[in-house]
Design a protein around this ligand. Structure first.
Ligand code: MN
Length: 489
């Protein structure tokens, strides 16, 4: 993704040219160091030392209009009186991070005098700068620490990835084939409100259009995709025609999405008119390429999957559409088993996935759909659900610990992931249900809860985090207060 971030350093003319030249040189040095650290996922561009209202407003205007600029980072080497920031910050439309650092790591005992103090007064300048964002109620991330410390650069990198999620969200288009599954509540939502808040353009295309597109896919296009499948997956079925049919579906869906600039799609097993199979392998392979997907018409989870994939490692991390299915309630050894009817992204796989064909009783499948079957990998992860509370969106994020599934489940014909939600299965389930979290989630090994909180803050939507210290009682109180707060907003 061709995105970058801007560093804007705050100062004022009071200090004179010599000091301002030093500030300028040091800011450029800092940007070069950060860019060469190998830790930042996107480039940082130094946009100069701002000394007046006009200069700050001008950079903000430029940032708002520059499609490649995904956010601005500010730092005050010296004191920068913040009334000169009001007009600029009040019109800022990009994610904003305040890096509270200073050029020198240590106070130089014998050298320090008033000249040194005047040049190196980030502790002073950053407080003035922090006040104005608090006073204007501007969402921002504050990161404090020495700029050469790996931990600080990593936190900046993490914030950049969350800001990329915002950039993707604001331009996201979702292609819906058919409506939501009949009677389901949690997959519904206000598409107008969501577009106003998150930018998503969610629109529908007829399944018949897809069937027509599928009819135009050529054998050589299918041959090429079959070769790709065999390079990535083991064929564990004799039914090659079923796999070729999935390839036909994948090619047609991708062509339609490319034509419309869509990065996510949803469909429903209740509306497959003219199709022989629910897209299984087709949806799974599209997800592995970075597309978002939601089953049963769930456009919210489709969009969140695309966004979290873009936030992850290399712009296509191990994040996937997931569904809570069933529990293992053995005392002291409790787990949740997640899967889907077919569509789990192979980015979660611990090994090389197998292509299998099995009968699918649900829906209107005439033929046995091909799908990828695998076990999810072990490791720390999160599950994320976006629900429409009526008048506002709530983003719920729970920490989980994925494990190698504790049993083989040889007759389960779908990909599966097993995990223990935090703080423990039963409390975790009680918290999730109390918060109104959906059965559909995005499961991610790559994106952190802090990044989701940053994303929610930048988007100004409610964020609920369920972690190792959460209790049902504390959560209920938070939700009750949030209900009041969001009614006032
Ligand atoms: Mn589902």
């Amino acid at each position: 993704m061709n995105k970058n971030f801007w560093l804007l350093v705050g100062s004022q003319t009071l200090y004179g040219d010599d000091v301002l030249r030093t500030v300028d040189e040091r800011a450029a040095e800092m940007v070069e160091y950060l860019n060469n650290s190998g830790i930042l996922p996107y480039g940082l561009i130094y946009k100069g030392t701002a000394k007046s209202n006009e200069e700050i407003s001008s950079v903000v205007r430029e940032a708002n209009y520059d499609r490649e600029c995904a956010g601005i980072i500010t730092w005050c080497h010296t004191f920068s009186p913040s009334k000169m920031w009001i007009n600029g910050l009040a019109s800022l439309q990009k994610p904003y991070c305040h890096l509270a650092t200073q050029y020198n790591r240590e106070i130089p005992n014998s050298e320090i005098d008033m000249d040194f103090m005047n040049l190196n007064q980030a502790a002073h300048g950053d407080r003035e700068h922090g006040f104005i964002a608090a006073r204007l109620r501007i969402p921002r991330k504050v990161i404090a620490g020495y700029w050469k410390d790996e931990n600080v650069i990593s936190r900046l990198a993490s914030w950049m990835r969350a800001a990329i999620g915002v950039a993707v969200s604001k331009e996201l288009k979702v292609m819906r084939f058919g409506d939501n599954m009949r009677e389901v509540a949690v997959t519904e939502g206000d598409k107008v409100e969501t577009q106003a808040k998150l930018g998503w353009q969610v629109n529908t295309w007829a399944v018949g259009d897809l069937v027509k597109e599928m009819g135009e896919v050529t054998d050589s296009e299918i041959d090429a995709l079959m070769a790709e499948y065999s390079s990535k997956y083991d064929f564990a079925t004799e039914n090659v025609e079923a796999i070729r049919y999935q390839a036909r579906e994948e090619i047609a869906i991708e062509k339609m999405m490319c034509r419309e600039g869509c990065l996510a799609f949803s469909n429903t097993f209740q509306d497959l008119y003219g199709m022989e199979q629910l897209p299984g392998l087709a949806s799974q392979h599209l997800m592995s390429k970075g597309y978002g997907y939601g089953g049963e018409g769930d456009w919210k989870v489709a969009a969140m999957t695309a966004i979290m994939k873009a936030m992850g490692e290399n712009g296509n991390g191990a994040s996937a559409f997931m569904e809570d299915y069933t529990y293992h309630l053995e005392s002291g050894n409790e787990y949740s088993l997640g899967a889907h009817m077919l569509e789990v992204c192979p980015s979660l796989s611990a090994g090389r996935p197998r292509i299998e064909t099995h009968h699918l009783g649900i829906g209107m499948n005439e033929k046995d759909p091909a799908r990828l079957v695998f076990e999810g990998k072990a490791g720390k992860a999160i599950v994320v659900s976006l629900v429409d509370m009526g008048g506002r969106l709530r983003l719920i994020c729970q920490d989980i610990e994925c494990v190698k599934p504790i049993m083989d489940m040889p007759n389960l014909p779908v990909a599966r992931v097993m995990w223990r939600p935090m703080p423990d299965l039963l409390t975790g389930v009680e918290c999730w249900i109390t918060a109104g979290g959906a059965h559909h989630t995005v499961l991610s090994y790559d994106v952190s809860a802090e990044q989701m909180r940053d994303f929610a803050n930048m988007m100004q939507i409610e964020f609920v985090h369920i972690g190792k210290d959460t209790t049902v009682e504390s959560l209920e109180e938070k939700l009750m207060i949030a209900d009041l707060v969001w009614k006032l907003k």
